[in-house]
Write a protein that binds this ligand. Sequence first.
Ligand code: PLP
Length: 321
Amino acid sequence: MALAMAREARTPANAQGVMPGGVVYASSEVHMSIPRAAALLGLGHAAVRQVQVDEAFRMDFAALEHAVLEDLAAGRRPIAVVASAGTVNTGAIDPLLPIAAVARRHGLWMHVDGAYGALAALAIPEAFEGMRLADSISLDAHKWLYQPLDCGCLLYRDARAAQAAFSHTGDYTRSLLQDPVERFAFFEESLELSRRFRALKPWLSLRYHGVRAYRDSIRADLALARHLAASVDARPELERLAPVSLSAVCFRHRGDGRCTDAELDRLNQELLLRVVRRGRVYLSNATVRGRFALRACLVNHRSTESDVDAIVTEVLAAAGD
Ligand SMILES: *Cc1c(COP(=O)(O)O)cnc(C)c1O
């Protein structure tokens, strides 16, 4: 939805009603939902230009600007930049402030994909500096606001951009002339028409528990992730594959110490199956610089330190160590 708004606002149709194509920028760690959105918008997967990341999996903002300039010189139209906060694989938070500066210099819409991580700004706002400059932010209350599936949320700054994209009356210039808020119904600012009352869940739980309870729980999850990272680092059999900036911890078993990367991929795939079959802990996986990683992601308010300790114990047990 954010990219539909961005496209309508930044590359409106010409006098013949034809909308030009355009380019969307995101880091190489971007969630697959972004290329999928580009495909649905008719821009195509290939319209998402993947910008390289630094050693901590954050978008290289100098490379972003370079790519934008290159596209402009070639006559292509930059539409939007999607910053991840944080990435689904490792929880890396793109440098939002410099990305916002690039977006502003070149007239790009700035969307923050905060589906997994943005709610951690309740606990560690300093890690999200620059997020307030975004044109839109997506976040999943069913991830780090502990809500049952599904409860996704899109925040956007300019109601007129939403109306231009989703109201049958609206193009962006026309909607600029109208009273920005009152003349449109909610379904004219959204892809969805008939829908369930999903907002009841977070509203009720926020009223009941208060924001502070969420802040404390998120802080506890962040601390558990650091604890897991330290436990992994303390075991010579295990190797951590990414820095921990939020609550995702990626690591792998080193095998007998003489394995190639391809062998380690196979070994850890097998290990993941065994760990999950043992039934005590549930891990997912990620690809980190092309390597197969075991990935623990802590977004449950009931997780405890002993749960986290069980991860290391179970992985080692499954490996037969
Ligand atoms: C989960 C996730 C999404 C997709 O969210 P859904 O709720 O599955 O639609 C998008 N981006 C990131 C970074 C995510 O972690």
